[in-house]
Design a protein around this ligand. Structure first.
Ligand code: PGA
Length: 256
């Protein structure tokens, strides 16, 4: 069995406040994070430095939810990958479906942001996923395959092999309607098959997270699937007790 250390990531989206960060990250720092699982928080960029500082040396890392593709310049209101690193971030999520939809981010732009993450020395997490209409039209694999290949085409196979993927069916995000473990596993296996075309040696050890209404009630069944290596948790990552429960389920994968 290839060894893929489970990763549970919390995507806070545009939620939180100074006092929320202090309380949440304080509770995480005091919690006993089980061995064998990695934990990552993606707070709004304005709270990144605070989150990093409160988490201290507890082993939980932070990252950003988005950046501009350019390293610097006249892009009012934007954030560069180098700045994420300056703020203490180690990770960068790119291609979240909310950005693809609300900010019209194309596969090519997502690939440029992925490249910006690599240039800054950040670990990229590439989000992919199909809409309900695309799934109903039988296009889920075509859409997700194109999202994966657009990035690999720009950065090359060897750089791509350092990525973490997150499969997030758009119809499951924030809807409470999670993919069933079988539905999710089928798409994860498809994504891994795409990775195998791009980076055959690395595909067996690349992590593919599931995201879309994952919570403490459904995480165990999803995480038990052979190609699901962790979770990208939105709503349920805003409740520290529930988030830690999912983290423990991730750890159980290793010990059980
Ligand atoms: P959700 O969000 O868990 O609230 O569905 C997941 C995500 O968008 O990353």
């Amino acid at each position: 069995m290839p060894s893929r250390r489970p990763l549970i990531a919390g995507n806070w989206k545009m939620n939180g406040s100074e006092s929320f960060v202090r309380a949440f990250c304080g509770a995480i720092a005091r919690a006993q994070i089980p061995a064998g699982v990695s934990v990552l928080l993606l707070p709004p960029a304005g709270y990144l430095a605070q989150a990093v500082q409160v988490l201290g040396d507890c082993g939980v890392e932070c990252g950003a939810q988005n950046v501009h593709a350019a390293p610097s310049g006249a892009y009012t209101g934007e954030l560069a990958a180098e700045m994420v690193k300056d703020l203490g971030g180690r990770w960068l999520m790119v291609g979240h479906s909310e950005r693809r939809e609300y900010c019209a981010e194309s596969d090519e732009l997502v690939a440029e942001k992925f490249q910006a993450a690599l240039r800054a020395g950040l670990h990229p997490i590439l989000c992919v996923g199909e809409t309900l209409a695309q799934r109903q039209d039988g296009n889920a694999e075509r859409v997700v395959g194109a999202q994966v290949h657009a990035v690999a085409d720009l950065v090359g196979a060897s750089a791509f092999a350092s990525a973490t993927l997150a499969y997030e069916p758009v119809w499951a995000i924030g809807t409470g309607q999670t993919a069933t473990p079988d539905e999710a596993q089928a798409m994860h296996a498809f994504v891994r098959a795409q990775l195998a075309q791009i980076a055959p040696d690395q595909a067996p050890v690349m992590r593919i997270l599931y995201g879309g209404s994952m919570n403490a009630d459904n995480a165990r069944g999803l995480l038990a699937q052979p190609d699901i290596d962790g979770g990208l948790v939105g709503g349920a990552s805003l409740e520290v007790a529930q988030f830690l429960e999912i983290v423990r389920m991730g750890a159980d994968l290793v010990s059980g």
